[in-house]
Design a protein around this ligand. Sequence first.
Ligand SMILES: Cc1cc2nc3c(=O)[nH]c(=O)nc-3n(C[C@H](O)[C@H](O)[C@H](O)COP(=O)(O)OP(=O)(O)OC[C@H]3O[C@@H](n4cnc5c(N)ncnc54)[C@H](O)[C@@H]3O)c2cc1C
Length: 387
Amino acid sequence: MGLAKIAIIGAGLGGLTCAIALLQRGLKVDVFEAANAIEETGAGLTLGLGAQHVFRALGLKAKVVATACPAGGLPFLHYRSAAVLLGDLDKGDGAPDDGEANIIRHIYRADLQKVLLAEFEKLGGTAHTGKRLKHYSQSTGTASAHFSDGSQASADVLIGADGVRSAARAQMVQDDSPRFTNHVAYRCLVPMERAQKFMGLGRSAIFIGPGRTFNRYTMAKGTVVNLAGLVETNEEVPEGWSIAAPQAEVMRAFGGWHPDVTGLIAEAGDSIKWGLYDRAPLSTWSEGRVTMLGDAAHAMLPFLGMGAAMAIEDGYVLAQMLAQLSDAREAFARYEALRITRTNEVHAASKRQGEITQSIDPDNFALAGAPVNNRAMMEFDPTTGLG
Ligand SMILES: Cc1cc2nc3c(=O)[nH]c(=O)nc-3n(C[C@H](O)[C@H](O)[C@H](O)COP(=O)(O)OP(=O)(O)OC[C@H]3O[C@@H](n4cnc5c(N)ncnc54)[C@H](O)[C@@H]3O)c2cc1C
C-alpha cells in the first residue's frame, strides 16, 4: 500500500510549500505549527529562480510575483564611497514587473506566506496551531509526533520542517546544535516615501565593508524598503523577532558609512537584532519514516539570500518523491540524493561569500577575493530531472 497520510511539523515557507505540493498530488496532509497562529512578520526575501521554478510548477508563480520587485543588478558597493565593486547599478524604480521574466526578485515574506496559506487552505490541507513537537516515535508503518500539550498525531511519514532549532533534528542527530556564527542581523523596514531620497543608486544595493554588510532593496510592490545589516560580533543573541535594537546601536555599527546607509537607518527607527546560526551539514536527513527539510536540515548564513529558497526547493522535491514512491525509505533516499549536494554547496558558498565581502581592505577599496557568483546557483531548476 502506498503512502497516504503525511504529517509536517512547521508551517514555515518550506513546510507550506511541501504541503501544497503533496496535496496537489492527492496525498492527505496535516501541518502542525508551534505558534498559535500562522503568520509572518516583516522582513524581505531574495527570491531566487529555483524557488520561482517551484512556484511555476505549482501553478502559483503569477500570484507569488504579483507583489514582488525585480532585484535589478544586485550591485556590491563600497561602504563609504558607494563605488561599484561588482555588478551593475540598476535605476529601475522598484515597481513590480509583469512577472513574466525569469529574473531574481525581492518579496515581502508576509506576502509570500499569504499566497501559500491561501493555496494550502484551498486544497483542503489542515493546519493545527499551538502544536509544538517534543519528540517523535515510530512503529511498523507509522510515525507519531508527540506535542508539548500532551497530544499526539500519527501518519505514514513525518517531516521535520521546524527550522533552525528543529526538535526533529535534536532527536535524530546526536551531539549537534545550532552554531552561532558570530554574526547578527539588524532588520527593519522603511516606507518608500521616507526612503526615496536614499535610493538614488537603484532598487537593490549591497554595501560591503570590513566586518559588515548592508543590504537594502524594494519589495511589496515597491512601497517598502527592506534593510538588513549583517555585523560580525562576539555577543551571542538568539534568532527571532524578540530583541529590539535601538537606532543608536545600529547607527554605531554603520557609523561613517555612505549617507544612503546612515540616512536609511535614521528613517528606520528601532530595528530587530537577530543572531545568525547555522547547522553542520549532514550526510543523511532521515531516520526510518522521519525526514527533515529546510533550515532543520541545513540552516545557513544569509550572505547569498538562498536559505528559504532551499527550503522551498526541498519541499517540492520531497513531495514529488513521496508521491512517486510508495516506500518511505526509498523516497527519502532519492530526496537526499537530489538535495544534499545542492544544499551543501549553497551552504558553503554562503559562508564563503560572507568571508570574502566582509574582509574588504578599506584602504585599497578592493574585495579580498572574487565574490561567489550565485547566479548559476540561483538559476538551478529543481523541478526538472525528478522523473
Ligand atoms: C537576516 C536573514 C536574511 C535572510 N534572507 C534570505 C533571503 O533573502 N532569501 C532566502 O531565500 N532566505 C533568506 N534567509 C533564510 C530564511 O529565512 C530561512 O532559510 C527560511 O526561513 C527557512 O525556512 P524553513 O521553512 O525551513 O524554516 P522556518 O521559516 O524557520 O519555519 C519553521 C517553522 O516551524 C515552526 N516550529 C519550530 N519549532 C517547532 C516545533 N518544535 N514544533 C512545531 N513547529 C515548530 C516555527 O514556528 C516556524 O513556523 C534569511 C535569514 C536571515 C536570518
